[in-house]
Design a protein around this ligand. Structure first.
Ligand code: IMP
Length: 178
């Protein structure tokens, strides 16, 4: 079973839903009357995005983008756009939905790109934040949970494309990637 490879559960499904409720309320308040476009970074943001938008009660649009930066547990360095946006975001207020801010390199590139496309503002909501690993000076405006420097899986986060479907965030057993 999938769960057999989980060392420990870090954040439960109930805790994630509760936090999404709070974040959704705050985002609805902050973006009232701005008609934001909420952009999920594929594939890791999908479960978080799905939960979060249920708690956002203002008019908005959703979009998806795919960038690649990781293979296994280590960064490959450069960030590449794999799937671009379907619509223009010129003059729009953008909220990026990310699964985790680790080194910060992905967000730096994506923010730069969205500003170059004419976005009026670009902010970030991330389910997780791993500040110990930060290389680039960047912070998400909205963070679900700050976690220690451990490789996590579940609720969208993968190891070699697996474990995204776990309904919680957990730590992978070391023997699975060593
Ligand atoms: P950054 O560019 O280093 O901030 O990396 C961001 C991306 O790396 C995330 O969107 C994840 O896909 C991946 N990542 C970073 N840390 C983890 C982790 O602990 N588990 C799974 N994926 C991770």
């Amino acid at each position: 079973m999938l769960a057999d490879n989980v060392e420990k559960v870090l954040i439960t499904e109930e805790e994630i839903i509760e936090r999404c409720t709070q974040l959704g309320k705050q985002i609805s308040k902050d973006y009232a009357d701005t008609y934001p476009v909420i952009i999920g970074l594929l594939k890791g943001s999908v479960p978080f995005m799905a939960e979060l938008i249920k708690h956002i009660d203002i008019d908005c649009e959703i979009e998806f983008m795919a960038v690649s930066s990781y293979s296994g547990v280590e960064s490959m360095g450069d960030v590449k756009i794999v799937k671009d946006l379907d619509r223009s975001i010129k003059g729009m207020h953008v909220l990026i939905v990310e699964d985790i801010v680790d080194t910060g390199k992905t967000l730096e590139k994506v923010k730069e790109l969205l500003y170059s496309k004419g976005a009026a503002s670009v902010k970030v909501v991330s389910l997780l934040d791993k500040p110990d690993r930060r290389i680039v000076d960047i912070e998400a405006e909205y963070v679900g949970f700050t976690i220690p420097n451990e490789f996590v899986i579940g609720f969208g986060l993968d190891f070699d494309q697996k474990y995204r479907n776990l309904p919680y965030v957990g730590v992978l057993k070391e023997e699975c990637y060593k």
